[in-house]
Design a protein around this ligand. Structure first.
Ligand code: IDP
Ligand code: MG
Length: 143
């Protein structure tokens, strides 16, 4: 299995719950390494662009509002099979349906306010990393 990179957001609900450390600990315990991290307040334009794939879904407007209501932490995670592993550690989109011990079960509130974002495939991981981090940032941080 290959070492991969994936992209994660600790969403405004989890930041508000003072769970940046709790979320990050679950990622690290699961074998992922944070190789870049930054706290940002998304603009409406950034949130709309980031979630453009969902622009025709009924929840899009509320999602953009939620993602801009407070600061988030954007992170690049690295590890064996990182994309799938992160999705496992995150749990199902709806925290009520997420497995015990997953981030969304522990820290999520509902299907919208679900604590974290994680890339779902190699193509989206690359796009999402590039949305927030430059190649120069990542090169400077490489071990
Ligand atoms: P994912 O985050 O598990 O990949 P997606 O289907 O890609 O789930 O949806 C993106 C985000 O949109 C979710 O994490 C959640 O915040 C929000 N969302 C998804 N489905 C719903 C819904 O049915 N109602 C409200 N918000 C939703
Ligand atoms: Mg998704």
């Amino acid at each position: 299995m290959a070492i991969e990179r994936t992209f994660s957001i600790i969403k405004p609900d989890a930041v508000k719950k003072n769970a940046i450390g709790g979320v990050t600990a679950k990622l690290e315990e699961g074998g992922l390494r944070v190789i870049a991290s930054r706290m940002v307040r998304l603009t409406e334009a950034q949130a709309k662009a980031f979630y453009a794939v969902h622009k025709d879904r009924p929840f899009y407007g509320d999602l953009v509002k939620f993602m801009t209501e407070g600061p988030v932490v954007v992170q690049v995670l690295e590890g064996e099979n990182a994309i799938l592993k992160n999705r496992e550690i995150m749990g199902a989109t709806n925290p009520e349906k997420a497995d015990a011990g997953t981030i969304r079960k522990l820290f999520g509130t509902n299907i919208e306010r679900n604590a974290v974002h994680g890339s779902d495939a190699p193509e989206t991981a690359a796009q999402e990393i590039a949305f927030f981090f430059s190649g120069a940032d990542l090169a400077a941080l490489a071990r």
